[in-house]
Design a protein around this ligand. Structure first.
Ligand SMILES: Nc1nc2c(ncn2[C@@H]2O[C@@H]3COP(=O)(O)O[C@H]4[C@@H](O)[C@H](n5cnc6c(=O)[nH]c(N)nc65)O[C@@H]4COP(=O)(O)O[C@H]3[C@H]2O)c(=O)[nH]1
Length: 900
């Protein structure tokens, strides 16, 4: 089969542009020929009809005339007989009285004596001698008694308008005895039909073949009797035989009608009398119908001709336009092909195939470049001419045709498309992903296909990375946030429930803080594996961040079922994890939210499961909780507080209060502790206990800690600037700050920025923060100490650190927790314990500060125990910097009662 070439289209359209006018001209010629032939036939038929009518009328007229004359013949025979036998002069008058000749047509009935004078008469009188009149002489000289018909002679001028019927009268010896004369109104012989019956310009005539008789009646009813005004051709040669019909054409004169009109003339010669009956019908009137027919058919044919020629013109124009478009399309195709041949893009020109209703059912490749054919594993020769439905397979082809159809409708379409695995002709596709651009060009599409397989695969890879947690291999938060809406829509459509389990590992932070990130990471991996082992394959798990996981259960039947899964997870996490020969007990808390009960969207459900998890954790770790709106309120406060803390950092709403530390014996102000206060514009002063835990857990303690370092240094500089005698200030540094690192740098920068000597700054770190051998913290503390900054162990006695450990860490000051101070004087053990600490610390080169000294008794005991410094309400409460400046100036803070 030869495949249609794109280049034949313009030729076909050009051929059509010539064909349409040629066909139209042919059709016009055929139409006109038919019209003329049919008009001629109609003309002939009308003429034949006129001939037939003229002949029939002539025959009927002849019969009428013969009957009329026969009547006259009979009357005159009777009269002749009566006269010849009676010779009664009053005969005619008597007969008239008796009712004969009463018809108005009988103008006169007379007997003319042999002397030529009127012998008897009815209707007219004449004195003249008629013996010289032609009719008289003829009867006298001819013994025939036959009826003679003629026009009245000049002598009988009064009988003008009548026809004379005369008959010879004989004596008994057959001698001439006069002439019987009957004058009948000429109109009597033309009253055969009413004048208009024969049609316009028709003529009825009675002509004597042996006499001068000539009566005519035209269509207006006018009767003419003399030869001069006669319309009939003068030449009787026109009706030479007994009967006939002929067309007397429009030639006035001897052979034509007097008015020059053409007429169809039919005639009949009467056999019994010497007369000829003639009927002439107007040729023009006979052809009126044929003329009208011709005019109508000429009009219709003209209209048809105009319509045909116009249609042909339009069709030709459209074909020419189509030819132009096809040529342009060819040019575009060539241009595209030339442009793309050297490039990497595949190029195709496709033309739509339509069904009878004009619907597009398929597309044919009418052109392509080699690269385009290569994508389909074919050569250009093989691909050009193929149908899209053939070289793309099944669903892919239906999809492609739909896309092409849409592009035909809108003019443009662009898409990235995953190519099917194999081409329709069992060829192997050489492209996996294509970027397709479709542009409508004329009645077709120009398609460019760009191989974007590499880019797409890269994108897929990136998407995988973006959606996967690199540590555990589980889907990550990003993936989960995209997945949940789809899962919810599916569940809603199928009337199923969805449960979200928010899992937080209980003691993970401690393990991570104390054993380092490496251990933390391995623990998380192990936790992920353990979590997966507790779930069905249809359940989805994601690592949501840090030590948080989310499980999505769908479908599920009851809350109990979900609770069982949560319980199973908790139990699984209750077993310690073994990492590097060491057991780590972490546990898990689970919060559950259920769709649609606890939220209709992913964000709400996640938030509510998180709230439920916190609620559970607050009530004791290692539990699961279903979401309850009441939990939300507590957590909303937490969320609000966090938001406010952020604003506080931003707006610098923090200030430092200072609490002095004094020499136990002399009461001299030796140093002070900086304590953070949050001065909220609306809520007033907020104590650290209320916000430090949240700042710690949310990580906000890091920026807050930086503020404290900066403000403490700034205050020292300000006092110095103000000429106040300054004493060292200790600041609290959170373990979170150490874990993040950079405390040394922050301290050095702040000291440098404010021009403060490092000896004036001291760092307090809680005992619990130093638990475990964390290399990072040890290194950071050593570096801080190297700056010249002293290190305090805060809240000593609450943790489990040994003194030797503290010594190894080169701590300078030990601050004994106020719970031990409170025991002084209350129990013997308290005092003994305190004494042990003091003596051991001194042995290790550390100074001892007693926290929370509230009464003189405690002070007295501490003096005896050899405690270096005291801090507490007994000396002074924490106070603003201005108040502290006064104490610095005062220097000795014990009043008389407390003085040693
Ligand atoms: N009952 C009683 N209490 C006394 C007495 N003398 C002092 N105190 C209180 O004991 C706390 C001493 O601070 P801390 O043990 O370091 O405990 C601090 C410290 O751990 C933390 N904190 C305060 N400021 C900061 C800071 O700037 N950074 C960090 N990370 N934590 C801070 O907040 C905790 C509470 O601080 P405050 O509420 O200011 O409470 C202070 C102080 O007001 C006394 O005689 N009796």
């Amino acid at each position: 089969m030869t495949k249609p070439s794109a280049h034949t289209a313009p030729r076909t359209h050009r051929f059509l542009a010539l064909l349409w006018p040629a066909l139209a001209l042919l059709a016009c010629a055929a139409l006109w020929t038919t019209a003329v032939l049919r008009a001629n036939a109609e003309h002939r038929r009308a003429e034949d009809q006129a001939f037939k009518e003229a002949d029939a009328y002539a025959e009927a007229y002849e019969q009428y005339v013969t009957r009329s004359i026969a009547q006259m013949d009979q009357i005159t025979m009777q009269l002749k007989h009566s006269w010849e036998h009676t010779h009664k002069r009053a005969l005619l008058e008597d007969m008239r009285r008796d009712g004969m000749f009463t018809d108005s047509a009988f103008i006169a009935v007379s007997v003319i004596g042999r002397d030529g004078r009127l012998a008897s008469s009815s209707g007219f009188k004449v004195d003249a001698d008629l013996s010289t009149a032609a009719f008289f002489r003829q009867h006298r000289d001819n013994n025939s008694s036959a009826l003679r018909i003629a026009m009245p002679p000049p002598e009988l001028g009064m009988l003008r308008g009548a026809v004379l019927f005369t008959r010879r009268l004989d004596t008994l010896d057959d001698e001439f005895d006069g002439v019987l004369l009957m004058a009948v109104d000429a109109a009597y012989f033309t009253s055969f039909v009413s004048a208009p019956t024969l049609g316009a310009h028709s003529l009825l005539a009675l002509v004597g073949s042996e006499s001068n008789l000539r009566i005519e009646q035209d269509s207006s009813g006018a009767v003419r009797l003399d030869a001069r005004s006669s319309l009939l051709p003068a030449n009787a040669e026109r009706w030479p035989v007994a009967h006939g019909v002929q067309l007397v054409d429009a030639k006035p004169g001897q052979t034509g009608f007097g008015d020059g009109r053409a007429r169809v003339l039919g005639w009949r010669r009467a056999t019994a009398y010497p007369v000829v009956a003639l009927v002439a019908l107007s040729h023009e009137a006979a052809l009126v119908g044929a003329g009208a027919y011709w005019r109508d058919s000429r009009t219709y044919t003209s209209i048809a001709t105009v319509v045909l020629l116009l249609s042909a013109g339009v069709a030709s124009m459209l074909s020419l336009r189509a030819a132009t478009r096809a040529r342009e399309r060819d040019e575009v195709a060539r241009a595209y092909r030339t442009a793309t041949e050297s490039g990497n893009d595949g190029f195709y020109m496709v033309a739509p195939l339509r069904d009878r209703k004009g619907q597009i059912i398929d597309f044919r490749i009418v052109d392509c470049n080699e690269r385009g054919a290569f994508f389909y594993g074919m050569t250009r020769e093989h691909l050009v001419g193929s149908l899209v439905s053939r070289f793309e397979r099944g669903l892919a082809s239906a999809e492609l045709i739909a896309t092409y159809r849409q592009a035909m409708a809108t003019g443009f379409h662009a898409e990235d498309r995953r190519m099917p695995d194999a081409a329709g002709g069992d060829g192997q596709l050489n492209i996996r992903w294509g970027h397709r651009r479709l542009v409508r060009v004329g009645d077709g599409l120009a398609v460019t296909l760009q191989d974007i397989s590499e880019r797409k695969e890269h994108e897929v890879q990136l998407a995988r990375l973006a959606n996967e947690d690199s540590l555990t291999g589980l889907p990550n938060r990003h993936w989960f946030l995209h997945f949940v809406p789809t899962a919810l829509a599916h569940a809603e459509a199928h009337g199923q429930g969805v449960a979200l389990l928010f899992i937080d590992l209980d003691e993970f932070k401690q393990v991570n803080d104390s054993h380092g990130h490496a251990v933390g990471d391995r623990l998380l991996k192990a936790a992920a594996t353990r979590l997966l082992s507790q779930l069905r394959p249809s359940d989805r798990v994601a690592r949501f961040g840090g030590d948080e996981f989310i499980v999505l259960l769908s479908p599920f039947d009851t809350d109990e079922q979900v609770g069982m899964v949560a319980q199973r997870i908790i139990q699984a996490f209750n077993k310690p994890f073994q990492i590097d020969q060491e057991q780590h007990a972490i546990g898990a808390s689970v919060g559950i939210s259920v769709f649609p009960r606890d939220g209709k969207d992913a964000a709400t459900l996640i938030r509510h499961s998180d709230i439920a998890m916190y609620a559970g954790k607050n009530e004791g770790k290692g539990q699961y909780r279903f979401f309850d709106p009441a939990q939300s309120n507590q957590l909303k406060t937490r969320a609000r507080l966090r938001q406010r803390l952020l604003e506080a950092i931003d707006q610098r709403q923090f200030v430092l209060h200072y609490q002095p530390r004094v020499d136990t014996r002399s009461g001299e102000l030796l140093s002070m502790e900086a304590l953070l206060r949050w001065e909220h514009p609306q809520l007033g002063m907020i104590r650290p206990d209320e916000f430090i835990p949240l700042a710690e857990s949310s990580g906000l303690i890091v920026p807050i800690g930086a503020i404290v370092i900066d403000q403490a240094c700034a205050q020292l500089a300000a006092w110095a600037q103000a000429g106040v005698r300054v004493a060292p200030v200790s600041i609290n540094v959170s373990p979170k700050q150490f874990l993040r690192g950079g405390v040394r740098r922050e301290l050095a920068e702040a000291l440098g920025r404010h021009g403060v000597a490092p000896q004036l700054l001291e760092v307090e770190i809680t005992e619990s923060a130093m638990m475990g051998d964390q290399e990072e913290i040890l290194a950071e503390l050593a570096a801080i100490r190297a700056l010249g900054v002293k290190l305090h162990v805060d809240d000593f006695g609450t943790g489990y650190s040994s003194l030797s450990q503290l010594q190894r860490m080169k701590m300078d000051v030990l601050k004994v927790d106020r719970s031990f101070t409170a025991e002084l004087g209350r129990s013997k053990e308290g005092t003994v314990f305190f004494q042990a600490i003091v003596s051991m610390a001194h042995a290790l080169g550390m100074e001892v500060v007693a926290e929370g000294v509230e009464n003189a008794e405690q002070l007295a005991l501490l003096r005896t125990l050899g405690c270096n410094e005291v801090q507490g309400y007994l000396v002074a409460r924490p106070m603003p910097a201005e108040a502290m400046a006064a104490l610095l100036t005062q220097r000795f803070l014990f009043d008389e009662k407390l003085a040693a």
